[in-house]
Design a protein around this ligand. Sequence first.
Ligand code: 5GP
Ligand code: MN
Length: 343
Amino acid sequence: MLEKIIDEKNIEAVRTLLEKSEKCVILTHSRPDGDAMGSSLALAGFLKARGKDVSVVVPNEFPPFLAWLSGIDNVTIYEKTPASADEILKAADLFFCLDFNALSRIDAAGNVVAELSTKRVLIDHHLAPEPTFDISISHPEACSTSELVFRLFWQMGAADEVTKEMAECIYAGIMTDTGNFAYASGRKDIYFIVAELISKGIDKDLIYRRVFYNYSFGRMRLIGYMMYKKLQYFPKRNAALLTLTYEEAQNFNCNKGDTEGLVNMPLQIKGVRFTCFFREETPGKINVSLRSVDDFPCNKVAEMFFNGGGHKNASGGEVRGPMGKAVKIFKQVLEEYSDELTK
Ligand code: 5GP
Ligand code: MN
């Protein structure tokens, strides 16, 4: 049986809001990942089956290895069609905010949402949500937002309404946010949920292949290059750094999503507890990914040094300027946290 971790008051409040709402808009974070898309599309499928008019709005493009998720063809990408996305937001009578904790995480859509008095329901597993949400289903102990979406259905007594397609979305979210059950995945409830999803008819091994065996040739060559030429190892600090400039990414013909998971790889080196990946998205705009094991707080580093945030073991942010500036900041981090990293 599944322990009821979501406050029953919140379940009731969602139920009441749903009774009063026709046009539901589901929002998820910038550069949406498997959990962002999986949780959003599962909820979208659920609400549609209940007769709601549902739109999923994402700030920018999702990676191609998620293109098979049911309902993804109808997702509105804000960056591509801002005017029609704004119309969808303005017409909504209920917002579901999935897999983010602050309106700034949905980029320009956040400014529009902030202006509207439409009720906002948060479903998320990041630390410290903003107080901007009317209902806050916030559980940092959950492995993923997809786990929480399943729990919401379950606690609403609506697990029967979960179809195979919704189950696939939820499984994809749990699988990607736990690195195929390698981290944040030690609680037994997750496996109860997985068993329920399998009983809906999902093929978990097929989902694994769709997501993780679906990269380009360029990505394989890029990984080789990155590990051979670009990996910096700091054995005294149990840390590692990867950098990729805009020009290098162009040379490898990198697709969107081709750098997914690279930041985790140096954690395979014995002793490494903290890794950082700087990826120059456009000249002068560097995307920062941080990963750690055990107690090392990536989220604090992201907040203090990279104008970002996230989870304790997986965070992100950005640097404006050349790669040299980002590398300097990383070295400052190693100095500042030398005690935590060397112990
Ligand atoms: P990734 O390295 O995969 O881009 O991000 C890792 C985690 O950090 C994700 O859970 C993501 O939501 C969070 N994250 C990434 N970038 C930012 C950011 O700029 N601000 C905040 N608050 N969180 C971020
Ligand atoms: Mn997530």
